[in-house]
Design a protein around this ligand. Structure first.
Ligand SMILES: Nc1ncnc2c1ncn2[C@@H]1O[C@H](COP(=O)(O)OP(=O)(O)OP(=O)(O)O)[C@@H](O)[C@H]1O
Ligand SMILES: [Mg+2]
Length: 431
């Protein structure tokens, strides 16, 4: 029902917090000001003006009567007879003098023959009244016609409202900082960076922070164990393999060759395992890299190695923060697949303000959409008949490339190539 509201809501937690904080305060101030000024000041001003009007009417009606000597002074009015030419051309009121509007309205209504009202400042009111063919100037104190300084209330409210909102905002910021910090650390960990972090802030945020630390420790422990296990096994298997190779050398040629090939295969497998187990630990630190140049270099190296690779249609330029060695490995894996399962391979790089996309396309059979997820899992090889002539892979190429993309905060996306008809593998990372 309130879905459309979402579009207008600020997205950051600070802005939202401020909104939640300021909205009730501002609404309250507005309601109070409007109701108070409308009801209270208007009513009170009208009452006071009516009273003073009554006094003026009395003073004017007894004007010139010797028996009523002293009435005008008694009413604290200053009355004077003036020439018609002294009558001001218009009423006078300062634009922010809102109670003056009510004063004028009431006076005009209550004093017959009133010609002009002058409200030049906070202290004086001067009226010009026509009575019995005579023009009188009546002066009295403004404080008798309306409550003094009504705008003071508004100024005070606005000032203290602003002050309190500011103080609350500062306080709120301190409460929100631990949340944004936690978000930063979690995001960094998602990209494979371990940033120092100590839970702080309110109890709930602290609890979330501690849960995150536990989780991070467990994941790191598991990664470490995986690495140790894989490298341990691979390493320990090497010694017996070497021994086997040595004893094979004793055999005669006919029996030896197939077995030697097997042993070599096993050794290659072990190397791949070790490689994978070490993962990104040894892939170096992230540094600002010219992505176009890096890919061009990879393509050149591959071409020199006799691979049919072309660099096509590249867009945009600039530096991207990435781990060059790891990225090179990912792209080389994709190129390796492309020429293993297809015959030629085309690479394109698109660099925009916010992202980098390295696309590797080939003219092979591609991968069915429903098997793409599976193909990216470690040690998975699809459709072994297809790979018979393709040598013995381990099934790690795509898994490693996906891992590397993830470490850069990106993804490896598989699709179908429009231009070559085979697989199209995209490494997409945010800049
Ligand atoms: N370009 C491609 N065209 C068609 N199928 C592919 C392509 N790339 C990968 N595949 C399929 O996905 C599977 C997994 O690929 P992956 O690179 O992970 O392993 P691999 O190439 O078999 O072995 P490795 O790369 O470890 O030597 C492959 O066995 C293959 O069936
Ligand atoms: Mg491969």
């Amino acid at each position: 029902m309130f879905h459309w509201l979402k579009h207008y809501m600020p997205r950051g937690i600070y802005a939202r917090g401020l909104l939640i904080l300021a909205l009730p305060v501002v609404t309250l101030l507005l309601v109070v000001s409007v109701v108070f000024i409308q009801r209270h000041f208007e009513d009170v001003s009208a009452q006071m003006s009516r009273d003073i009007a009554r006094g003026i009417n009395v003073a004017l009606s007894v004007q010139g009567d010797p028996a009523a000597e002293g009435v005008t002074e008694g009413l604290s009015l200053r009355l004077a007879r003036v020439e018609d030419s002294d009558l001001p051309l218009s009423d006078q009121r300062r634009f922010y003098d809102f109670s003056g509007i009510v004063v004028m309205r009431t006076l005009y209504r209550s004093i017959p023959g009133l010609k002009s009202v002058q409200l030049p400042n906070d202290n004086d009111v001067v009226l010009y009244v026509q009575r019995a063919g005579q023009l009188f100037a009546v002066a009295f104190d403004r404080r008798r016609a309306s409550p003094s300084n009504p705008h003071q209330l508004l100024v005070n409210m606005a000032f203290f409202g602003g002050l309190m909102t500011f103080i609350s905002y500062v306080y709120l910021r301190n409460q929100l900082r631990p949340i944004t910090r936690l978000a930063e650390v979690a995001e960094a960990f998602g990209k494979g960076r371990h940033e120092p972090y100590r839970p702080s802030g309110a109890v709930e945020v602290r609890a979330a922070g501690n849960a995150f630390l536990d989780m991070r420790a467990r994941i790191e422990r598991q990664i470490e164990q995986r690495t140790m296990m894989l490298s341990g096994v691979s390493h320990d298997l090497r010694t017996p393999l070497t021994r086997m190779k040595l004893s094979l050398a004793m055999l005669d040629d006919a029996e030896r060759e197939p077995m030697e090939r097997d042993v070599e295969d096993m050794q290659r497998l072990l190397d791949a395992f070790l490689d994978f187990a070490r993962g990104n630990a040894e892939s170096g630190a992230a540094e600002p890299t010219d992505a176009q140049a890096l890919v061009a270099q990879i393509v050149q190296d591959a071409q020199r190695g006799g691979t049919d690779v072309t660099l096509a249609q590249s867009q945009g330029e600039g530096v991207v923060t990435l781990r060059p060695t790891a990225m090179r490995r990912a792209v080389e894996n994709l190129i390796g697949n492309a020429v293993r399962y297809g015959t030629r391979c085309e690479i394109s790089v698109v660099l925009t303000e916010t992202s980098l996309r390295i696309r590797v396309e080939d003219d092979g059979p591609g991968i069915d959409p429903e098997r793409r997820e599976e193909a990216m899992r470690p040690f998975v090889r699809l459709d072994s008949s297809r790979n018979q002539d393709a040598g013995s892979g381990v099934g790690l190429g795509l898994a490693i490339a996906a891992d590397i993309a993830r470490v850069h905060g990106g993804v490896l996306r598989l699709g179908q190539s429009d231009r070559l008809g085979g697989l199209s593998a995209d490494i997409v990372i945010a800049r």
